[in-house]
Ligand binder design. Structure first.
Ligand code: SAH
Length: 234
């Protein structure tokens, strides 16, 4: 059962969950499955797989950093990892960002119903990252399954305040992707500080969080327009 997989998996990852978390994960999973019938929110998974591959995978981020303060989940889709993190730590100030209005409308309603209100924003990251309300306003930018690291860094780094971190969830075999992104990260004011690997409990899947520290402000030139980013990644 989902509740048991989450409870066991969280403790295997060394994460303590609040009392009401298992019930909220259950309701989140039900809402995702229901919404998936009318539009594609996330890869449709059975309950056990969703518990491991979506929820526990997201909780693995806590192994990479002590998340606190203001967090933005860039390209959150059906709410991953942001909603999973907010259920585990309701005190986090979570912003969920996605370019698709429909997904954001779903998340807005869902997070209110679950009692874990998140700020839900429908916009493109490369546009939102240029607005004073969001630029360098976050302690952490997190992201899963949105783009290659060199592109993702340009989308995410502008949101992070100096002293904050950008955490990218990647597969274990991402060495080449990481080395390819080193220059981009530096141009954006960051430094690749570390990677943290973990095994998703109950599977043999090794996942990796790429940890980037923000050392200096991102130059005004970034993020560029999507056409430019896409044409030539930094
Ligand atoms: N993070 C989720 C969803 C991954 S799918 C998960 O791991 O399950 C990628 C999502 O990123 C899609 O929902 C897409 O709408 C969003 N996305 C892609 N490019 C984006 C951009 N430039 N700005 C905002 N959202 C973007």
């Amino acid at each position: 059962m989902l509740e048991d997989i989450i409870a066991g998996g969280a403790s295997a990852l060394g994460i303590s969950l609040p009392k009401d978390a298992p019930d909220r994960y259950r309701r989140y999973f039900e809402a995702l499955s229901e919404a998936n019938r009318s539009f594609n929110l996330t890869a449709i998974l059975g309950e056990d797989e969703a518990a491991r591959l979506h929820l526990l995978d997201s909780l693995g981020l806590f192994r990479a950093a002590e998340l606190r303060g203001r967090i933005i989940d860039v390209g959150t889709g059906g709410g991953l990892p942001g909603v999973a993190l907010k259920i585990a730590r309701p005190g986090l100030h979570m912003t969920l960002l996605d370019a698709t209005e429909k997904k954001i409308a779903f998340l807005d309603g869902l997070t209110l119903r679950l009692g874990i209100p998140c700020r839900c924003v429908a916009a493109r990251a490369e546009e939102l990252g240029r607005t004073p309300e969001h630029r360098e306003m976050y302690d952490f930018a997190v992201s899963r399954a949105v783009a290659r690291l060199n592109v993702l860094a340009e989308l995410c780094m502008p949101f992070v305040s100096v002293g904050g971190k950008f955490l990218a969830m990647k597969a274990a075999g991402s060495d080449e992707e990481i080395s390819e992104a080193t220059t981009a990260i530096e141009k954006l004011g960051g430094r690749l500080s570390d990677t943290q690997e973990y095994i998703i409990p109950g599977t043999d899947i090794v996942r990796r969080v790429v940890i980037v520290e923000k050392l200096a402000s991102t130059p005004d030139a970034y993020p560029r327009r999507w056409a430019a980013i896409n044409k030539k990644a930094l």
